[in-house]
Design a protein around this ligand. Structure first.
Ligand SMILES: [Zn+2]
Ligand SMILES: [Zn+2]
Length: 410
């Protein structure tokens, strides 16, 4: 095990002392949640906080995003830390004094926690700036939860707008709250973390006729019912059973009147996978099954698939170094290896370009019940703020030190 260096312990002690401030930030963001691509107040508050710390702040990146650089006196790499900013259209269950003040909008995915930790890390590192090397870039990103129809944004647009360049960013990190992991623990995956995601739109097209004479038309509802049953077999029969994937249709709509044969049914769904070959194989089989079914039934179909997020993969070397940095601070018990999930996350857009490390922050109270994200009673244990802050600061400073030493050795 690599011994930790004294600065890490000073940072950890200072992170504890910063708890009231980080808690205040988190509660302020929690009270003022904003939906994807509407994070105007969040961006303004965060930008002003970072500017007051002396960071070089750029606002209005990819919408309401904020990029802030802390430039240190010693030469070293540029490292990025990303936090997402948006909330969800959920009515929070009242209870806590810091409950959402915006009806129908709630930080139910913990992005308030992510933001407060990023701002706390910026403050902590700015206090230790004179003994640090390189540049730390804080990337506060809007619209992680998905783009409102017809809008652009999120991580992909942040990358297009150059947040990983000028100077080139060597590595990027981010965390996500994990409500089933006990507070004090960090979760990680050594390679694949989350799934690639595809949005599907399927239309089954029949031919209208009087409902009393179905033999004169093609009933799109009946064909759709058969299609859905057939498509269930794509995952069970059409791919290697050891490969995880999900094919789910979340909406269905069709027909116009009780006594008219439906000529059209539209479905929307999602395909998730950990391997691009699985994606190609599943989509190919979906097409073959639909072609066969529609040919037999006299129907037609249209299938559109749009890639939402790439597969999120942690860089193996960065992950190894990151775990070496975290282990002395959190102990072997504090780091929990998790299995990859079929959820997805647009942090993958950064990790596709440069080495990335994405990890999980336990937020379950020791005596608390399991909670789930995206639910009206999600209420993370705030002790996690200090854990997240300590981890973020340790990773940024530890990796910066590694990078500076590696450069000096060349
Ligand atoms: Zn979410
Ligand atoms: Zn989230």
């Amino acid at each position: 095990m690599k011994p930790t260096f004294p600065l890490q312990h000073r940072l950890a002690r200072r992170a504890e002392a910063l708890f009231p401030e980080v808690q205040r930030l988190r509660r302020d963001f929690h009270q003022h949640p904003e939906l994807s691509n509407q994070e105007a107040r969040t961006g303004r508050v965060a930008g002003e906080y970072l500017a007051a710390l002396g960071l070089t702040v750029t606002t209005g990146v990819a919408g309401h995003g904020v990029v802030a650089d802390l430039v240190c006196p010693h030469p070293g790499p540029t490292l990025a830390y990303r936090a997402d900013m948006d909330a969800l259209p959920i009515q929070e269950k009242p209870g806590q004094p810091w409950c959402s003040r915006h009806p129908g909008v709630m930080h139910a995915c913990g992005h308030d926690v992510h933001l407060a930790i990023a701002l706390g890390a910026a403050k902590l590192l700015s206090e230790f700036k004179d003994s640090l090397a390189g540049r730390f870039r804080f990337i506060l990103q809007p619209a992680e939860e998905g783009l409102p129809p017809g809008t652009v944004g999120g991580a992909e647009l942040m990358v297009q707008q150059g947040v990983l360049a000028d100077p080139p960013v060597a590595a990027i990190m981010a965390l996500h709250v994990a409500p089933r992991l006990e507070v004090g623990r960090l979760g990680f995956c050594p390679d694949i973390v989350m799934a690639g995601a595809e949005q599907l739109r399927l239309e089954i097209l029949g031919r209208q006729a009087h409902a009393a004479t179905p033999h004169h038309g093609v009933d799109a509802i009946v064909v759709t019912a058969q299609a859905l049953t057939l498509l269930q077999s794509v995952l069970s029969q059409g791919k290697d059973a050891r490969q995880p994937a999900v094919l789910t249709f979340g909406t269905i709509a069709g027909g116009s009147r009780f006594n008219i044969l439906a000529d059209q049914v539209a479905l929307e769904g999602t395909l998730r996978y950990h391997d691009l070959k699985v994606r190609e194989g599943v989509l190919g089989r979906v097409h073959r099954l639909l072609e066969g079914l529609c040919a037999g039934a006299g129907a037609r179909y249209r299938l559109e698939s749009q890639s939402l997020y790439p597969i999120l993969v942690n860089d193996p070397d960065l992950t190894r170094v990151a775990l070496d940095i975290l282990r002395p601070l959190f102990g072997p018990q504090g780091l929990v290896q998790l299995r990859p999930v079929l959820g997805s996350e647009d942090f993958a857009c950064y990790a596709q370009k440069i080495p990335g490390f994405y990890f999980f922050l336990g937020t379950r109270s020791p005596d608390g019940e399991d909670q789930t994200l995206h639910s009206p009673d999600f209420d993370p244990d705030e002790q996690a703020l200090t854990v997240g802050l300590t981890a973020a600061a340790a990773l940024l400073t530890g990796l910066s030190r590694e990078g500076a030493q590696a450069a000096a050795a060349k």
